[in-house]
Design a protein around this ligand. Structure first.
Ligand code: NAD
Ligand code: UDX
Length: 465
């Protein structure tokens, strides 16, 4: 079967970029991305392509090229489902905040709604592709819903998890390490082949891996668990470095040169953030527990426990170093996004660190090159730990890096934006309260230079000290 029309439900960080690449690489396929969020769709359709809702290097150019040609953004979900041969489900699957599995399991209500809507609308056979990250065996539930509530048409379910990382989404999609497609080889080979052919327009065939459905679903959770585990492992060692005089950067390099370990994902930090790692590990822990695999669950839960510890440790260090009080002191945050080159703030370490410091009555001043004030305030409202009035009293958002640091007692670096390295640190120092402290939660600044200027400089894991 040759695919000529695709619909993607969910115009978020995955749906938007993924479909932009498919549209660019497959000019003969009409790609429609739909979402219930009217504001988000309007932003994707904004005449000024710089106003699309997601910041990713290279993405606005791609959208500018394909939008209106074979890439469309719409709120007409049913129409798009009806017209498509292949439907990607790319909706959010956050951690449940209520009921059974609260705080652990993935909330699948948006997935189920999509399945029911597809079933209600479809009048012809469709291929349904799980793009969202899902618990293993979700395809079974999706198939049950489709087969039992549909109009007697045939549905094939595929699992095609997405491995892109934010900030590098376009490059990751253009040159993926692999594309994973899970399907039912007995009854669904035609569907598997159809999706392979879509990707084969730009991905070498040997990088397109086909597996059974459950392996594909579980591989996604496993990949994120392994990646997050590396960050927690190196962060655990950063605490030991600080006690022993070892340098975490030297340690990372030394172990990373072992080809069995590899050099990537060994950067010590204030703690990992992002919408995926914590959510997916907690989901894995929950799944293991539901099968009675408590030791497996405990093992993976430690990755999240260690990450919480790292964020708390970073905050405590600020308070202790500032003579055990930050009450009434201006603490400047450079960065709010969970990593550089994205405007995404979900689960960013900055949120937790600011929460701890607000409890200590600090005055937090924030500058992030891509995150807007509204988002920062919303992130703190979402925590539900204080009133909006108290949040607005405690947090001030700046548009200028020199202004945010002016008269501050300390600067905390929460995101590794490249531009932070290029600032005039002498000028920043001159305008700060003395002694002037810097807490580099990303190990991006040169400790020696900063100390020479006069800063009292703190890096993670004693880096470069
Ligand atoms: P997102 O929140 O940015 O986007 C999801 C979108 O789906 C939202 O705009 C929402 O309005 C829309 N939506 C929800 N229910 C809908 C419905 N019934 N009909 C139409 N639209 C609906 O989420 P995201 O970051 O793009 O993540 C989507 C999935 O991909 C998640 O399962 C996530 O775990 C996974 N994933 C995310 C990343 C990442 O880097 N963000 C990477 C790999 C996988
Ligand atoms: C992650 C996975 O990498 C990606 O494959 C998956 O599809 C979605 O989840 P993402 O969360 O976008 O991607 O970014 P990633 O680069 O993995 O970083 C996650 C967090 O870990 C960030 O806060 C980052 O700063 C932190 N991190 C990463 C470190 O602290 N040290 C590292 O060495 C690497």
């Amino acid at each position: 079967m040759k695919i000529t029309s695709i619909c993607c439900i969910g115009a978020g960080y995955v749906g938007g970029p993924t479909m932009a690449i498919i549209a660019q690489k497959c000019p003969n396929i009409k790609v429609t991305v739909v979402d219930l969020n009217v504001e988000r769709i309007a932003a994707w359709n904004d005449e000024d392509v710089n106003n699309i809702p997601i910041y990713e290097p290279g993405l606005s150019d791609l959208v500018a090229e394909a939008r209106g040609r074979n890439l469309f953004f719409s709120t007409e979900v049913e129409k798009a489902i009806d017209e498509a041969q292949m439907i990607f489900i790319s909706v959010n699957t956050p951690t449940k905040t209520y009921g059974l599995g609260k705080g652990m399991a993935a909330d699948l209500k948006y997935i189920e709604l999509c399945a029911r809507q597809i079933a209600a609308v479809a009048k012809e056979n469709k291929i349904v592709v799980e793009k969202s990250t899902l618990p293993v065996r979700t395809a079974e539930a999706v198939k049950n819903i489709l087969d039992n509530t549909g109009n007697g048409v045939q549905f094939q379910i595929l699992s095609n998890p997405e491995f892109l990382a934010e900030g590098t989404a376009v490059q990751d999609l253009l040159h993926p390490d692999r594309v994973l497609i899970g399907g039912d080889a007995t009854n669904g080979q035609e569907a598997i082949d159809a999706l392979v052919e879509v990707y084969a327009n730009w991905v070498p065939k040997e990088k397109i891996l086909t597996t059974n459905l459950w392996s594909s679903e579980l591989s996604k959770l496993t990949a994120n668990a392994f990646l997050a585990q590396r960050v927690s492992s190196i962060n655990a060692m950063s605490e030991l470095c600080e006690k022993t005089g070892a340098d975490i950067n030297e340690l990372s390099k030394a172990i990373g040169m072992d080809s069995r370990i590899g050099p990537k994902f060994l950067k010590a930090s204030v703690g990992f953030g992002g919408s995926c790692f914590q959510k997916d590990i907690l989901n894995l822990v929950y799944i293991a527990k539901t099968y009675g695999l408590n030791k497996v669950a405990d093992y993976w839960e430690q990755v999240v426990i260690m990450n919480d510890h790292q964020k708390r440790r970073f905050s405590n260090n600020i308070v202790q170093t500032l003579y055990n009080t930050v009450s009434g002191k201006k603490i400047a945050f450079l960065g709010w996004a969970f990593k550089k080159d994205t405007n995404d703030t979900r689960e960013s370490a900055a949120i937790n660190v600011s929460d701890f410091l607000l409890n200590e009555q600090a005055n937090i001043a924030v500058f992030d090159p891509r995150v807007k004030e509204k988002q920062i305030i919303n992130d703190l409202i979402y925590l539900k730990s204080r009133s909006i009035e108290d949040i607005k009293k405690g947090i001030t958002v700046y548009n200028d890096p020199y202004e945010v640091c002016k008269d501050a007692h300390a600067i905390a670096i929460l995101t590794e934006w490249d531009e932070f390295k290029e600032y005039d640190w002498q000028k920043i120092y001159n305008n700060m309260q003395k002694p002037a402290f810097v807490f580099d939660g990303r190990n991006i600044l040169d400790a020696k230079k900063m100390t020479e200027i006069g800063f009292i400089f703190n890096a993670i894991g004693g880096a470069n000290e």
